[in-house]
Each structure stands twice: as C-alpha cells, then as structure tokens.
Ligand binder design. Structure first.
Ligand code: 2NL
Length: 348
C-alpha cells in the first residue's frame, strides 16, 4: 500500500506551506498569537492533530514521520520567532512615530508673578541703606507694652498710647506693634555700638480707615548708634537716601518736630519731584513733600537699653512705606495696595 505514510508526509508539507504562506502577511502581534495557537498549539494545533496518528503507524514508519514533524515544527517556530522580532521592532517604530513630539511648537508658558509695590518699595529703600552699611532686621509683629511704648519713652498721656488706637491681644500687656521701633530696642539690647539697622515690616493702628489710612500698613525705621554721631550725619544720610530713591539733585529740608524717642526731632521734606519744587497739586503748591520723620535718639532711650549716653549718640528715622510708594509711583490712594486688583498690581 502506497498510502498512509506518503499521504501523511504530503499533509505535513502542505501544512508547512500553508502555515508559512499565512504567516507572511501578518502585521499585528495579536494575529500572530492566533497563528501560533492554530498551528503550533499544544491542544488543538494542526501539527498536534497530525501527530495524533503516530500510534497507528508501524515501527519503521514512526521515526520518519517523527523526524518530519519535528522538522516542520522547528521551521514554524523559527519563522514565528523571526516574525515576532520584526513585528516588535515595527510596533516600536510606529509608537515612536505616533508619539513624536514637535519640539518646534511654542511651549505652554506659566504666567509670571509680580512683586507687590509695597515689597518692591521695601526692597528699593533697604537696598539704599544696605549700600550705606546698614543691616536689615525683621521681627515680631506681636509685641509687649514695654517694647512698643515704655522703652521708647512714650508717656502715658501721649496720643500714640490711646487704648483705642492700639489692637490689644491682652489689654495693657500684649499688642500688635504700632511701629517697628520695638525691634530696634531689642537689637540695641542684644549688641554694643556701633549699631546700623533698618527695620521694615507691618504695623497696626486701630484708627478710622479712609483714603489715606488703613489698620495695617508698613514702616521702615532706621537707627544708627556710634561714638561720634551728629545731626549732620543724619542729614547727610537722609539726603543721600532721598537722592538715590527720588533722583540725583533732590533737595532735603528739615523742619523741627516732636517725637517722644528723639531729641531734637525733625520732619524731612524733599523738593517735589513731580514739579521740581515749582508747586503743584501733589505738593499742595508748596514745592515740598514730607517723606519721613527723624531725630537724635533720646538719651533716656540709650540709658534704657544699657548704653552710656555720655559715650554714645544715635540718630533714627521712620517712614511710611505706602506713602513712599504713592509718591514714587504716583499711586492714587492707599486702598489699592490691599485691593488685589490685578490691573493695578500688573503695573509693577
Ligand atoms: C515717622 C517718624 C520716627 C523713629 C521713628 C526711633 C526708634 C528708636 C529710637 C529712636 Cl528705637 N527713634 N524711631 C525716630 C524718629 C521718627 O518715625 O513719622 N514715621 C512714620
């Protein structure tokens, strides 16, 4: 009988040819998996089905068929793994192509923030004093009655001590500072002269709020204590400051005044930078603008912090940051600083 064996070998060749022909056009991994199961599958694979006739074959025929099956199997497996590698490679290239990033597209920019005009003014003012050798000190906003009033020689009948004008945390003892001077007192108690500090920060007053007053505002105070220190040094220092901030050639004018912590005391004006001293609405046609208060540190204060007033002298000054910013940038009113109107804030 020319039959059984020949047919079986032909069927194996046909299977091999069909499998390879079907493998050729496959382009996706999932179809490849289906092909794998159909031809090489352990349970119902076509090669497995043909192998199931083995037990029916004679002893001589079995190795021939066995070898053929193994050869076909080996060939299909080899082609499968080659195909898998090719597809993997192609799918990777495809993914790279699909996920390609166009680096020439403009980026999504984050909106840039702005420095608040108050912060900017504090920075500009402190930088001028830093250039003159001052150090910047910042500190407590919640203070004791002693540091805020008593140590500063503020008499009990002074209007600044009015209970109504102060935010008390603990009435008569703990309060929100009404000026930054307490930090200067603390600084002096901590070190020996020479002292050169500027203290910027928030201060609080419980007074009627209008276009020029708010309950919280900012101050910058300055203090210098040394063996040789006169009112001429104070004047020179403030003149330099005024010219750095408001323009070279700026003139300063001292007017006698009163502060409990300085003696003598003076208000300091500059010739109006808006009209160059000729007189305009902003300087109320006087040609001068008040920018700060100042004076020679009261000897009582020097003694209070443990300095010998016979040996040391000091000068001090204080300015309202809102007022300086209003003058420098021509801002209409104080409420703009806390109004959070971006149309205003974006100008700085
Ligand atoms: C003003 C006036 C001033 C001071 C502040 C001061 C501080 C110490 C000692 C002496 Cl620790 N003086 N500060 C002196 C004179 C004036 O401020 O009109 N500020 C807005």
């Amino acid at each position: 009988m020319v039959g059984q064996l020949e047919i079986l070998l032909q069927q194996l060749d046909a299977l091999r040819a069909r499998a390879l022909a079907e493998l050729e056009p496959i382009t996706v991994s999932s179809t490849l998996d289906e092909w794998d199961t159909r031809y090489l599958g352990r349970n119902r694979g076509e090669l497995k089905s043909l192998s199931s006739v083995m037990p029916k074959l004679s002893k001589e025929e079995r190795p021939i068929v066995g070898q053929k099956i193994n050869a076909v199997k080996a060939e299909l497996e080899k082609q499968l793994s080659l195909k898998r590698e090719t597809l993997k490679q192609r799918e990777l290239m495809q993914a790279l192509e699909d996920e390609r990033i166009d680096i020439t597209l403009p980026g999504r920019t984050l909106p840039e923030g702005h420095m608040h005009p108050i912060s900017r003014t504090i920075l500009e003012v402190t930088q001028i004093f830093i250039k003159m050798g001052f150090n910047v000190v910042q500190g407590l906003e919640v203070e004791t009655d002693y540091y805020n009033f008593q140590a500063l020689n503020i008499p009990t009948d002074h209007p600044a001590r009015d209970m109504q004008d102060t935010f008390w945390v603990n009435p008569g003892q703990i309060l929100l500072r009404t000026h930054t001077s307490p930090m200067q007192v603390r600084t002096m108690k901590q070190m020996q002269p020479p002292v050169r500090v500027v203290v910027p920060g928030k201060v609080y007053r419980n007074e009627a709020i209008d276009a020029t007053h708010e309950a919280m505002f900012h101050q910058i105070e300055g203090l210098l204590v040394d063996e040789y220190c006169t009112m001429a040094d104070l004047r020179g220092c403030l003149e330099r400051f005024a010219q750095e901030l408001f323009g070279e050639g700026r003139k300063v004018r001292f007017r006698g005044s009163y502060f409990p912590f300085t003696e003598p005391s003076a208000e300091v004006d500059i010739d109006c930078p808006l009209c160059d001293g000729k007189g305009c609405r902003d300087c109320k046609y006087s040609g001068w603008l008040e920018i700060l208060g100042s004076g020679m540190v009261h000897p009582k204060l020097l003694r209070e912090v443990g300095y010998d007033p016979e040996k040391y002298r000091g000068f001090a000054f204080g300015m309202g940051v809102e007022r300086i910013a209003i003058l420098k940038y021509g801002i209409g009113e104080i409420r703009l600083f806390t109004g959070n109107d971006l149309r205003f804030l974006r100008q700085f």
